[in-house]
Design a protein around this ligand. Structure first.
Ligand code: ADP
Length: 401
């Protein structure tokens, strides 16, 4: 069965075309700079890659172009667009409505629109992708896979903030959590790799990319996660601050007369390891700079790893210990330095890293725990698109007659 996966952003659309029976990617690519100068499409297949630069004004044109390329005589991977049986969309926010992936209906579209205030940058783009698809292929079944839905099992004592309760009731201010598709995939895969029953194990899963979050999972259910009402809370990230005293933005507003927009920008775009180091948001640059003796790069790495360790400790307490710790995302999959530093001194909890295995672990599934470690420590590259394609198939097989 051929399934298309779309991840629509405000000015980009990423796609992957799967033969889901073989779990094989037939083609993937991205349309970038939609509605801007220099809009372009990059299309990658086993055989040939294609790069087109031309005017692409909106998401409708982007999707149209992608579909055209997929059946192109030279660069295409299918003969007829009708071979695509369904489309799975990454949707950032499902609010409290969606506890799992869902077939897109008119009712679901209404709910997605209702979630816009919770994700004002992301949900409108996701909706544009869905609408573009249904304009061009009105009959095709579409499925929404949410970043938030995996975390809907978090109990209320962990998702509520200690704020006046009406803010939750009226404005839905609470912890939602993100990266759910990734946490779900890597935690399940980790349990499989060490041959443990996913429905019984306790797992701490750390997704460390440009954005970063960590999740406590028990019996396959998310029990707590570090991102909150927005992706700003929790771990130190590339450019986001993560946790901080909520009085700080108020002080910036009052004392420094900063506007809400500039504070938002400061916390989301200028903070994190970029803010601390003053050098870069990219972990590779910072590791290099630290090796060259740049003190603030070293400090940024130390703070990053310290916050991560603090959350691992918190989630060990939440879960009453852990069977598995799993790392993923660009940093989790590649940075042996961060993994080692975050797990340093946790022997007391039965967490012992095999430093040699850790050093060699890059972008592949591997157990990096010492033979004496009670907790299995794993690296599992994430694959959100595959989860979206799998969910899409499962849902249309069940719900579309
Ligand atoms: P996104 O969240 O945008 O998907 P990624 O998951 O690709 O991001 O992660 C990007 C981060 O991964 C960057 O900080 C990058 O420096 C880091 N990274 C990628 N490769 C390496 C590496 N070999 N060593 C250390 N960090 C790496």
């Amino acid at each position: 069965m051929i399934i298309m996966v779309l991840n629509s952003g405000s000015s980009s659309v990423k796609y992957q075309l799967f033969n889901i029976d073989k779990e094989e990617v037939l083609a993937k690519g991205i349309v970038e700079r939609i509605g801007l100068d220099g809009s372009r499409l990059k299309h990658i297949t086993e055989r040939k890659d294609l790069f087109i630069e031309r005017e692409i004004n909106d998401h409708d044109e982007a999707v149209e172009l992608i579909l055209k390329v997929l059946v192109d005589e030279d660069y295409g991977v299918i003969n007829d667009i009708k071979e695509i049986k369904a489309v799975g969309h990454r949707v950032v926010h499902g609010g409290e409505y969606f506890t799992e992936s869902s077939l897109i209906t008119e009712e679901v579209m209404k709910r997605l629109e209702e979630c816009i205030p919770l994700a004002p940058l992301h949900n409108p783009a996701n909706i544009m992708g869905i609408k573009a698809m249904s304009k061009i292929l009105p009959e095709i079944p579409q499925v929404a896979v949410f970043d938030t839905s995996f975390h809907q099992t978090i109990p209320n004592y962990a998702f509520l903030y200690a704020l006046p309760y009406e803010l939750y009731e009226k404005q839905k201010i609470r912890r939602y959590g993100f990266h759910g598709t990734s946490h779900r995939y890597v935690s399940k895969r980790a349990a499989q790799l060490v041959k443990m029953d996913y429905n019984k194990v306790k797992i701490i899963s750390a997704h460390l990319g440009n954005g970063a979050s960590i999740t406590a999972i028990s019996g396959g259910k998310s029990m707590d996660t570090s991102m909150g009402y927005t992706p700003l809370e929790g771990l130190v990230m590339g450019t986001r601050s993560g946790d901080l005293d909520p009085a700080i933005p108020v002080a910036l507003l009052r004392e420094k007369k900063m506007s809400a927009t500039s504070i938002d920008n400061l916390l989301n775009k200028k903070s994190g390891v970029l803010g601390i180091s003053g050098i870069s948001s990219d972990m590779r640059d910072l590791e290099k700079a630290a090796l060259n003796g740049e003190k603030r790069a070293e400090l940024a790495l130390t703070i990053y790893a310290y916050r991560l360790k603090k959350y691992i400790g918190a989630y060990l307490a939440v879960l009453g210990g852990a069977d598995i710790i799993v790392f993923t995302g660009g940093i989790g999959e590649n940075s042996s330095f961060i993994r080692e530093k975050a797990l340093e001194g946790l022997d007391f909890f039965g967490i012992i890293l095999d430093k040699e295995k850790n050093k060699k672990a890059k972008k592949k599934e591997v157990d990096i725990s010492d033979k004496d470690s009670k907790v299995r420590i794993l690296v599992v590259p994430t694959n959100e698109e595959l989860v979206i394609a799998r969910d899409t198939r499962e849902i249309i097989e069940r719900e579309v007659k």
